[in-house]
Design a protein around this ligand. Structure first.
Ligand SMILES: [Zn+2]
Length: 703
C-alpha cells in the first residue's frame, strides 16, 4: 500500500494558463511574456527565483481587476458573463502559481521559502477578497437561482454548482463581522500550514546517522552501503557512511541493519521530527491549526471540520468514514497482533531477551519473510531498475489506452535529473507533456506526488494539452549502477503514473473541472488501480528485467512474491489506519484542544487500541498530508479509494488484464471526465454497479 503520497492541487480555482493576459509586454520576467518554448512549457532555463515576487504582484493585480470588472458589469448576470468569465480570469496568476508551487516543493531555496511564507497569507486574503465580494456573489447567486431555466449541459451545470458552492463554503453568506473573523482565521491558517511544511523539511534534513566502521553496517546490502558512502562523500564525510531520514535511506536501514542501537537512533530521530522542542517544533502549530479549523467550521455552520470537508467528498459525512475505518480496524489489529507475536518469538528464538520495539519490527519481519517465503527485498531489487519500471508503466498505458511515450531531449527543465516525455494517442494525436523527477534531494519535500504545470481544458473547442509532473524520492543510482527500486517504490511509480494519466487523459471544457479536480476519496482511484498492474504476475514478467542480464524475473521469484502476498498486511494496514484515525480525531473535535499534540496523539491511539510495537505511519508533528498537504479529514481517502480500485481491477480480472472494452470504459467514464460529474455516478457508469468492499478485504488478507 502506498500512502506516503501527496497530491497538491492548486488553491486558485479560477485560472487558466495559456498565454499572457492582454497586451504583450516586453520585460525580462519570463512570466510576463508569452512562453516561447516547445509545447508552451514553462521556460525553466530563464526563470530565476527573483522573478516570482514581481510576477505574483502583477498577477494578483490583474486578477483583482478582472474580478472587479466581472462584479461590475452592467448587464444582467448570465452563465457566460459571470461563471465562465470567473473561470477564465486569473490566467497569469495560475501561470506563476503552477511553477512556484511545484518548484517550492521539489527544488526550494531560501528565496522561495521566504516568499512562500510571505505569500501564503496574501494569497489567502486574495481568495477571500473574491469569495467575500458581495456584489460578485450576488451575480453568481442570480445565475444559480435561475439555473432551471438555463439550457446548460451536464458539465456547465457542474461548473455552476461548484462555483456557487465555493462561494457559500468560503463564507459568502456570512455577515460582516463573521467575514472579518473568517479572513483572520484564513490568514493564520495559511501562515501556520506553510510553517508546518517548512519545519518538516528542516527536521528531515537536520539529522544524519554517521557511521565510522563498516562492521557496524552488517546486514546491509553492498548497494545500500555504496549509497550511504556516496551520501557521506556528498556531505563531507569521506570514508564514512551516512544515512538520512529520507524514506529511501531510513526504511531499508530499519529493515536490514543488524545493529539494534543504530536502528534505535535513526528511528528515534525519524519519529521525533517536528516535536523536539527546538525551532522546528510543530506541536503547538498543529494544535492551533486543528482549533482554527474547528472555529472556521463552526462559523460556516458545521459541527466539525470533518463535516465541512466531507460534504463535498464521495463519503459524504463522518459517519460513513468512521464505519469503514472501524470495519477495517478490528481484523487489521488482530492480524498485526499475530505478526507481533511472531516477531517476539523470532527474537526469543535468536536467544535474545528483549521486548520487540517499533525499530525491531521491520527488521524481524524481514527475517520471518525470508524464512517463510525465502523472499528478500535484496533479491528482488535487481529486477526493478528505474528504467524497467518506468517502461513497464508506459507499456501498461500503451496496452490499455494505446498511448505512446517519446522522450524529449533539450526541453527546458528545472533540475538536471528531470526528464520530459511527449505523450500521444496511438494515431499520433498529442495527449500531453509528462515531466518526471524521481530522486531525493534536500531541496525536495519527502513523499511522492503528481502535479501540473498546465491543466487540460478547451479553448474555442480546441483541447489544450496538459503538462503533468511526477515527483518522487526513490532510491538513487549509485556509482555506475542504475537506480534499483524496492518493490514498494515500483508500486509508487505506477501509483503516481496513475495520477498522471488522470491529468493527461482529461478531456473536459473547463480547467477547474479537469483531471484530478475531484474529491480526495476519488482521486486515489486512478492511481491505486495502477498498482494492481504493477503487482500482477503477468505484468511483472513483462517489465521486471534484471538490470545486468536483461532477463525477466524468474517464475520462482514471482511465485514467492505471490505466496508472500498478504504477509505483513496487518502491520501495513494498522500503521495506515492509525494515521487515518489520528487525522479523523483531530478534525472531529467539537471543542478546542487544550492538551499538547503529544497527549492528544497518545489518547487517540490508546482509544483506538494501537499496540506499542507500531506507531502511526505519520505522527502528528510530521503529518504533512493533513497539516500542510490538503488531506485534512481526508487521509482515509486511500483506503476508501482502495475499495474502488480493488473492485475496478476485478472488472479487468473477470475478463482480461488489458480488456479493451473495460479499458475504454475506465478511460471514458473516469480518466477523461475529471470532476464533471459526481464520483459515485462516474463509477457506476464504468462498472454498472456500486463497488463491493469484498475485493479489498481479500487483497489485504483480512477476509
Ligand atoms: Zn496518490
Amino acid at each position: 500500500m502506498n500512502n506516503k503520497r501527496i497530491l497538491p492541487l492548486l488553491m486558485i480555482s479560477t485560472a487558466f494558463v495559456v498565454s499572457c493576459n492582454g497586451t504583450k509586454q516586453t520585460t525580462d520576467n519570463p512570466f510576463l511574456n508569452v512562453y516561447d518554448t516547445p509545447f508552451g512549457v514553462p521556460p525553466f532555463d530563464k526563470i530565476k527565483s527573483a522573478h516570482f515576487k514581481p510576477a505574483y504582484e502583477e498577477a494578483l493585480r490583474q486578477h483583482s481587476a478582472e474580478v472587479d470588472s466581472i462584479a461590475n458589469i452592467s448587464e444582467m448576470p448570465t452563465f457566460e458573463n459571470t461563471i465562465v468569465a470567473l473561470e477564465n480570469a486569473g490566467r497569469l496568476l495560475a501561470r506563476v502559481s503552477y511553477v512556484f508551487s511545484n518548484l517550492s516543493s521539489s527544488t526550494t531555496n531560501d528565496t522561495l521559502k521566504a516568499l512562500d511564507t510571505e505569500l501564503a497569507p496574501k494569497l489567502a486574503a486574495h481568495r477571500d477578497n473574491i469569495s467575500l465580494n458581495e456584489q460578485l456573489f450576488g451575480r453568481v447567486k442570480t445565475v444559480w437561482d435561475g439555473r432551471d431555466s438555463l439550457d446548460l449541459d451536464g458539465e456547465q451545470q457542474m461548473l455552476l454548482e461548484r462555483s456557487y458552492k465555493n462561494f457559500v463554503r468560503n463564507g459568502a453568506n456570512l455577515d460582516e463581522a463573521d467575514k472579518t473573523t473568517l479572513r483572520e482565521i484564513n490568514a493564520q491558517l495559511a501562515e501556520l500550514t506553510t510553517q508546518f511544511g517548512q519545519n518538516v523539511l528542516a527536521e528531515t534534513n537536520a539529522f544524519e546517522l554517521v557511521v565510522d566502521s563498516e562492521a557496524m553496517l552488517a546486514g546491509l546490502s553492498a548497494g545500500m552501503k555504496a549509497a550511504a558512502a556516496e551520501t557521506a562523500n556528498a556531505k563531507g564525510y569521506a570514508g564514512k557512511w551516512v544515512f538520512t531520514l529520507s524514506n529511501s535511506s531510513v526504511m531499508p536501514f530499519l529493515q536490514y541493519a543488524d545493529d539494534r542501537e543504530l536502528r534505535r537512533q535513526i528511528w528515534e530521530a525519524y519519529k521525533s521530527r517536528g516535536g523536539n522542542g527546538n525551532d522546528n517544533d510543530n506541536s503547538d502549530i498543529l494544535v492551533k491549526i486543528a482549533n482554527l479549523r474547528l472555529e472556521k467550521a463552526n462559523l460556516l455552520g458545521y459541527p466539525t471540520h470533518a463535516h465541512y470537508v466531507l460534504e463535498e467528498a464521495m463519503a459524504e459525512n463522518p459517519t460513513n468514514v468512521k464505519r469503514l475505518l472501524d470495519d477495517l480496524w478490528a481484523p487489521a489489529i488482530a492480524k498485526a497482533k499475530t505478526e507481533a507475536y511472531d516477531i517476539q518469538k523470532e527474537i526469543e528464538a535468536a536467544g535474545l531477551g528483549f521486548q520487540a520495539m517499533p525499530y525491531d519490527w521491520r527488521y524481524y519481519s524481514e527475517k520471518i519473510r525470508q524464512q517463510r517465503f525465502s523472499l528478500s527485498e535484496a533479491e528482488l531489487q535487481p529486477y526493478f531498475s528505474l528504467s524497467s519500471v518506468r517502461q513497464g508503466a508506459f507499456d501498461v498505458a500503451s496496452k490499455l489506452y494505446g498511448l505512446q511515450f517519446k522522450r524529449l531531449e533539450d526541453m527546458p527543465i528545472y533540475h538536471p535529473e528531470v526528464e520530459v516525455y511527449e505523450v500521444s494517442e496511438a494515431d499520433g494525436t498529442q495527449v500531453g507533456i509528462f515531466y518526471v523527477d524521481y530522486f531525493p534531494r534536500e531541496s525536495k519535500r519527502p513523499g511522492a506526488w503528481m502535479s501540473s504545470f498546465r491543466r487540460q481544458y478547451k479553448e474555442k473547442g480546441e483541447r489544450i494539452v496538459p503538462i503533468i509532473v511526477n515527483v518522487c524520492n526513490f532510491t538513487a543510482p549509485v556509482g555506475d549502477q542504475p537506480a534499483l527500486l524496492t518493490f514498494d517504490e515500483a508500486n509508487t511509480l505506477f501509483h503516481e503514473f496513475g495520477h498522471a494519466l488522470h491529468g493527461l487523459l482529461s478531456d473536459v471544457s473547463y480547467r477547474s473541472l479537469s483531471g484530478t479536480s475531484v474529491s480526495r476519496d476519488f482521486v486515489e482511484l486512478p492511481s491505486q488501480v495502477m498498482e494492481n498492474w504493477a503487482e500482477d504476475p503477468a505484468v511483472l514478467k513483462e517489465y521486471a528485467k534484471h538490470f545486468e542480464t536483461g532477463e525477466s524475473i524468474p517464475d520462482s521469484l514471482i511465485a514467492k512474491l505471490e505466496s508472500a502476498g498478504t504477509f505483513g498486511q496487518g502491520f501495513a494496514t494498522v500503521e495506515y489506519l492509525a494515521s487515518a484515525i489520528l487525522d479523523f480525531d483531530y478534525h472531529t473535535i467539537t471543542s478546542p484542544i487544550t492538551v499538547s499534540a503529544e497527549a492528544f496523539e497518545k489518547a487517540s491511539m490508546e482509544k483506538a487500541g494501537l499496540i506499542d510495537e507500531i506507531i502511526p505511519r505519520h505522527r502528528s508533528t510530521y503529518f504533512n498530508h493533513i497539516f500542510n498537504g490538503g488531506y485534512s479529514a481526508g487521509y482515509y481517502s486511500y483506503i476508501w479509494a482502495e475499495v474502488l480500485d480493488a473492485d475496478a481491477f476485478a472488472a479487468f480480472k473477470e475478463t482480461s488484464l488489458y480488456n479493451k472494452g473495460t479499458a475504454d470504459a475506465f478511460r471514458q467514464n473516469i480518466l477523461e471526465r475529471g470532476g464533471t460529474k459526481k464520483p459515485a455516478e462516474l463509477y457506476r457508469q464504468f462498472r454498472g454497479t456500486d463497488p463491493d468492499p469484498v475485493y479489498l478485504m481479500k487483497k489485504r488478507g483480512l477476509d
